[in-house]
Design a protein around this ligand. Structure first.
Ligand code: ZN
Length: 276
């Protein structure tokens, strides 16, 4: 499940192979950009904003700077395939029909698979894609007070939904929202205004994403990022709470702010997080 830390890490890895490099080929496998050719142009920078990824491509002759904007949504992933000693790029690890874009340099190929959003925008229009985002937990603009202000704009909203709303705080996904509610001792249905210590939950969010951004697995417990040790309640329906032993509960709820309108899993401990 891509969350802010996943996207931050993908931006870091893509930056290492693309930034400052000339594209030797590009292949957009989506109708809107099927004929777009960015070969010969330089990738100036690769940035993450919340769960959005932005690649700035230099201006060239009569062509303005453009930005490749992508979002992983539920299943998306960027893979990097370095060129081997035989001069060929490594074999793809995912099905070719799920590739949406291929960006090649002399030394590496970056392939975006199953991207939920992929568009190439004139630089002037990038704001429309990301300006709505709240403070980015892993961004240079992180501002805890502003995130709190935005989270509190709708005091009756359940905290389990507010934490997922990228317009209020950017970077939290389905995994973190369940475990943040657990760590805050609040049931996800508790209204934002009734949360006893919202600043602590926001501080924990920052700490968890920072702690996980450099590792390939994710853990909210400080334990190994694999199996049952990784999370407090996320993915642990029917298992005993690690604090009190009560059975972890699970439900599917609709998240009105999420671009994919499908019910999403939520987990909680009925004893540590009493219902409102
Ligand atoms: Zn418990």
């Amino acid at each position: 499940m891509p969350e802010g830390d996943t996207v931050w890490r993908q931006a870091r890895d893509l930056r290492a192979v693309l930034e400052g490099k000339v594209l030797t080929a590009s292949d957009f496998r989506i109708p809107a950009h099927a004929t777009l050719d960015l070969s010969g142009r330089v990738v100036e920078s690769v940035q993450s904003r919340g769960k959005h990824l932005l690649m700035y491509i230099d201006a060239e002759q009569a062509r303005d700077r453009v930005v490749i904007h992508s979002h992983l949504l539920m299943e998306g992933h960027w893979d990097i395939y370095p060129v081997g000693s035989d001069g060929r790029f490594a074999r793809w690890r995912r099905p070719a029909h799920t590739a949406r874009v291929v960006l090649q340099t002399r030394l590496a190929s970056a392939v975006g698979f199953s991207l939920g959003v992929l568009e190439v925008l004139p630089e002037a229009l990038v704001g429309g894609a990301v300006d709505h985002l709240g403070p980015d937990l892993l961004g240079p603009d992180w501002d805890a007070q502003e995130a709190l202000r935005r989270l509190r704009t709708d005091p009756a909203e359940p905290v389990g939904l507010a934490l997922l709303d990228q317009r209020k705080i950017a970077g939290i996904g389905n995994v973190y929202r369940s475990d943040l509610c657990f760590l805050g001792g609040v049931h996800p249905a508790v209204a934002v205004a009734q949360v006893p210590d919202l600043p602590r939950i926001v501080a924990l969010a920052k700490r968890l994403l920072e702690a996980n951004k450099d590792r390939s697995g994710r853990s909210t417990t400080g334990g190994p990022a694999r199996g049952d040790a990784a999370f407090w309640v996320y993915g642990r329906a029917g298992r005993p709470c690690k604090r009190c032993g009560a059975t972890v509960q699970h439900a599917k709820i609709l998240d009105p702010a999420h671009p994919v309108r499908a019910p999403r899993d939520i987990y909680w401990c009925p004893r540590c997080q009493p219902e409102p």
